[in-house]
Design a protein around this ligand. Structure first.
Ligand SMILES: CC(=O)N[C@H]1[C@@H](OP(=O)(O)OP(=O)(O)OC[C@H]2O[C@@H](n3ccc(=O)[nH]c3=O)[C@H](O)[C@@H]2O)O[C@H](CO)[C@@H](O)[C@@H]1O[C@H](C)C(=O)N[C@@H](C)C(=O)N[C@H](CCC(=O)O)C(=O)O
Ligand SMILES: Nc1ncnc2c1ncn2[C@@H]1O[C@H](COP(=O)(O)OP(=O)(O)OP(=O)(O)O)[C@@H](O)[C@H]1O
Ligand SMILES: N[C@H](CCC[C@H](N)C(=O)O)C(=O)O
Ligand SMILES: [Mg+2]
Length: 471
């Protein structure tokens, strides 16, 4: 039986699919009724059955009448397991990436390195589903489990053999990033974010560690960036699970970063692998991008990649959209960079990446998102104020909140900063004040194509706006 021994389902050939939202139930679907942040899915069970649900996955306490009740204390987990069996098969080589910052970059760079090694590869994450020829948006970093599994299965049918995906802490916590055989899992770093959702930093870290404790296959390989204060703890999780281990970064065993020097267009690295030293010219600026390239290389080695091909690939990677992307050079000659930094640590990383290239002043434009972690706002402001010469605080997706109150919270950490609510006006002001030798950093939105105000999404692209302001 395809779905195994499911109590009460006599013939699972009647199962036509899986639905998480009762409005999407088609006859024969298995409905997952979960208690969420806004709704209790159990309230929609009767309606889902009226629409033809063939069974319902829900907590034992839920009321399910007329169709089999597949009960579990953690129904999202059971639903993921059953859906995973339904949608199989999947691409042969799947890798996952977790960490506070760098997931999108790492999955994208992994996809590129695999492709350069001759594989048909794809990535799933904040940028959507990316293949060599296409990019389709999903709206979330880790899509819902049905979208995730059906995309994975679809890619297998398209002949894609290698997929790297982002496992966000929300995704891991809600069992929406699993069910597929994960051969390798990477950890990038850990710092403050999402404390609106997770009750504490420990809970946030624990959500991420599910990737190593449960999601990755037992015979898989953990790839750990060594330059983070949490790296040792992650290695502990991997070791306890009996995973193979690849470490990359300072003092690492597999790819050791021996030295690094910024150059005008990138960076020169000295790497040590298997006892030998190798020079690498990386065509991307910023230490953080190097971290992500090495982590991606670790994933490629963990999935049977060979060193010579991977090393040569690293020298040819393309920039990741919205990550230290040079949008334009201002009329006065100041480069304007767009970067997706939206955590205190990322603001620091983005500014540090640009600092070696600044002769005059570094002018940072930033805001913080509404309906997200409030505590990170002053910390983001403080990081920007400490490391920049001029800070302009503006709006970044206020969502349902009062934009002025969000700016006030950011300004609390950046007392000398200039406040310009309208994002276009803020970018224009930064570009106008920039002189030759200065650099402008527009942080927070990266690749995003809209400004979310209330429940409206107004078209907005930092790169385009910067070009228009510089014209
Ligand atoms: C807080 C959060 O993560 N919420 C996600 C979660 O929703 P939820 O389970 O809490 O859903 P809910 O709206 O309360 O509804 C509960 C259940 O009732 C069902 N329902 C609801 C209404 C109805 O009429 N009928 C019905 O059946 C829903 O389908 C759901 O199963 O599961 C949904 C489907 O899987 C997600 O769409 C939703 O993402 C919301 C929109 C969101 O904004 N999420 C962000 C915070 C997020 O997940 N971000 C992460 C990290 C970003 C990063 O990379 O840093 C991401 O992975 O994108
Ligand atoms: N390895 C890293 N270390 C520190 N900061 C980083 C690192 N990688 C990326 N960043 C910062 O984080 C920003 C977002 O990068 P990226 O999109 O790759 O991360 P992410 O983990 O996918 O983010 P999200 O949680 O929003 O999906 C970058 O623009 C940069 O400012
Ligand atoms: N995945 C992140 C993206 C944040 C991007 C920033 N522009 C914001 O809106 O805060 C989140 O949903 O928290
Ligand atoms: Mg991402």
């Amino acid at each position: 039986m395809l779905l195994g021994d499911l109590a009460g389902i006599a013939d699972d050939s009647d199962v036509t699919g899986f639905a998480l939202d009762h409005r999407k139930v088609a006859p024969g679907n298995i409905f997952g009724a979960f208690r969420g942040a806004r709704f209790n899915g159990e309230d929609f069970i009767a309606e889902a059955i009226r629409r033809g649900a063939s069974a319902v996955v829900a907590r034992p306490e839920a009321k399910v009448e007329g169709v089999p009740h597949l009960a579990a204390d953690e129904p999202r987990k059971l639903f993921a397991e059953l859906a995973a069996r339904f949608f199989a098969p999947y691409p042969e080589t799947i890798a996952a990436v977790t960490g506070t910052n760098g997931k999108t970059s790492t999955v994208e760079l992994t996809r590129q390195l695999w492709r350069m090694a001759g594989h048909r590869s794809a990535s799933i994450g904040t940028l959507g589903v990316t293949t060599a020829d296409d990019q389709v948006k999903t709206g979330l970093t880790t899509p819902d489990i049905v979208t995730f599994l059906s995309n994975m299965a679809g890619m297998e049918r398209m002949g894609i053999s290698h997929v790297a995906y982002e496992a966000s802490s929300h995704g891991l916590d809600q069992y929406r990033a699993e069910g597929v055989p994960v051969k390798a899992a990477a950890f990038t770093n850990f710092s403050r974010d999402h404390l609106d959702y997770h009750p504490s930093m420990d809970a946030y870290f624990a959500a991420k560690m599910r990737l190593f404790d449960e999601v990755i296959s037992a015979d898989g390989t953990a790839v750990v960036w060594t330059g983070d204060p949490k790296s040792r703890e992650v290695i502990g999780h991997a070791t306890r699970r009996g995973l193979k281990l690849i470490t990359v970064g300072p003092g690492a065993d597999t790819i050791e970063l021996v030295s690094r020097q910024s150059t005008p267009l990138g960076q020169q690295l000295l790497l040590r692998h298997a006892g030998k030293d190798y020079k690498l010219s990386l065509p991307l600026i910023g230490a953080y991008q190097m971290n992500n390239v090495l982590t991606a290389a670790g994933l490629v080695l963990a999935t049977d990649g060979d060193w010579a091909t991977t090393l040569s690939g690293m020298g040819r990677v393309s920039p990741v959209r919205g990550r230290l992307e040079r949008a334009v050079i201002s009329p006065a000659g100041a480069p304007v960079y767009v970067d997706y930094a939206h955590t205190p640590d990322a603001i620091e990383a983005a500014i540090e990446a640009l600092r070696p290239h600044v002769e005059g002043r570094l002018i940072t434009v930033l805001g913080a998102g509404g309906d997200r972690d409030h505590g990170k706002r002053p910390e983001m402001g403080a990081a920007a104020a400490r490391l920049s010469d001029v800070v302009i605080v503006t709006d970044d997706n206020p969502r349902s909140e009062d934009p002025a109150a969000i700016r006030k919270a950011v300004l609390a950490g950046a007392p000398g900063a200039i406040e310009v609510g309208d994002r276009r006006a803020a970018i224009a002001e930064a570009i106008d004040m920039a002189k030759a030798g200065d650099i402008v950093l527009v942080a927070g939105k990266g690749h995003e194509q809209g400004q979310i105000i209330g429940d409206q999404v107004l078209p907005f692209d930092d790169v385009t706006v910067a070009r228009e302001c510089a014209a």
